[in-house]
Design a protein. Structure first.
Length: 298
């Protein structure tokens, strides 16, 4: 497969208030966000020209910046409008949307109070992360790295720096023949995959880890709402690795992954079944059919 570099594509990117040619949307190598990971981002999907749960993503982006100590200089309405404008300029109706905000070049040290905050939004086609033969399920290895304690990292923020251990964990898993990796938290409890939340099925009920040390995904919230709407019991609780052998179905939930069945975690086998299939189908109907109502986890 030929990879098309992301800096050499046609199209337009929204950058600091204006659409600019894709190849001209650049930042300096001495940007604080590059050296010190003072950056936050969102991953969103558009279906049929509609960005699913756009305002929720935008509000999380703004809050992520605040957690890292900076205010993104645009309102939620302005960011929503910019996302829709960029999507329209792309000519795509089904697409991935990536807003990212970062500290600029005014200071390059640990302290960066006077840096300008930049915001860009890009849109590109991205089929489902694990699209091929989806109901077959993917295979997860076990990550060596663990999700950090909330007092050691800003785990409630979608901060760029938090994804470093995800990248390392996924690379190791791929080198071992897996599709992704299951990450534990600082206590050794089940947390999530490298870029998506994880949910398990046990005796017809859905079990998922408590949100402690990782992001409470918008897709996770949506799927839990769908499950409850369909009469399924959803239990948020600590999950230990020695419980992995007892689950019947496992699936991931995330904007990129959408709902992705899992058939193996480090030697433990699962059969994607009726609950996974029902939620996958329900999620597809929700995001593709008006009015695309928002479903909360509660």
């Amino acid at each position: 497969m030929t990879l098309v570099p992301f800096d050499d594509r046609d199209g337009l990117i929204w950058l600091d208030g204006a659409l600019v040619p894709w190849r001209d949307a650049r930042l300096h190598v001495l940007s604080h966000g590059l050296h010190y990971a003072s950056a936050v981002f969102e991953g969103e999907r558009a279906y049929g020209g509609h960005i699913f749960r756009l305002r929720d993503h935008t509000e999380r982006l703004l809050q992520s910046g605040r957690i890292l100590g900076f205010d993104i200089p645009y309102s939620a309405d302005e960011i929503d409008t910019a996302c829709r404008q960029t999507l329209a300029a792309s000519g795509l109706s089904d697409a991935y949307v990536r807003p990212v905000a970062w500290r600029g070049t005014e200071q390059l040290a640990v302290s960066a109070q006077q840096t300008k905050i930049h915001l860009s939004i890009a849109v590109w086609p991205w089929p489902s992360y694990f699209a091929a033969d989806r109901m077959k399920g993917i295979r997860l290895g076990m990550a060596d790295w663990q999700r950090p304690h909330p007092k050691t990292a800003p785990t409630a923020s979608k901060a760029s720096g938090l994804y470093m251990i995800g990248t390392m964990s996924k690379h190791k898993a791929e080198a071992e023949g897996y599709d992704d990796a299951l990450m534990l938290d600082w206590r050794g409890q089940v947390a999530e995959a490298t870029g998506a939340n994880i949910l398990f099925v046990l005796k017809g009920e859905i079990h998922t880890p408590l949100v402690e040390g990782f992001l409470d995904g918008i897709t996770r919230q949506t799927v839990m709402g769908l499950a409850r709407l369909n009469g399924m019991n959803v239990i948020e609780r600590p999950i230990l690795p020695d419980e992995l052998a007892g689950f019947s179905e496992v699936f991931l939930a995330g904007t990129a992954a959408e709902i992705t069945p899992v058939r193996e975690i480090a030697g433990h086998g699962y059969t994607p079944g009726r609950i996974t299939e029902a939620l996958l189908r329900g999620y597809a109907e929700l995001v593709n059919s008006p009015p695309r109502q928002v479903l909360a986890a509660a």
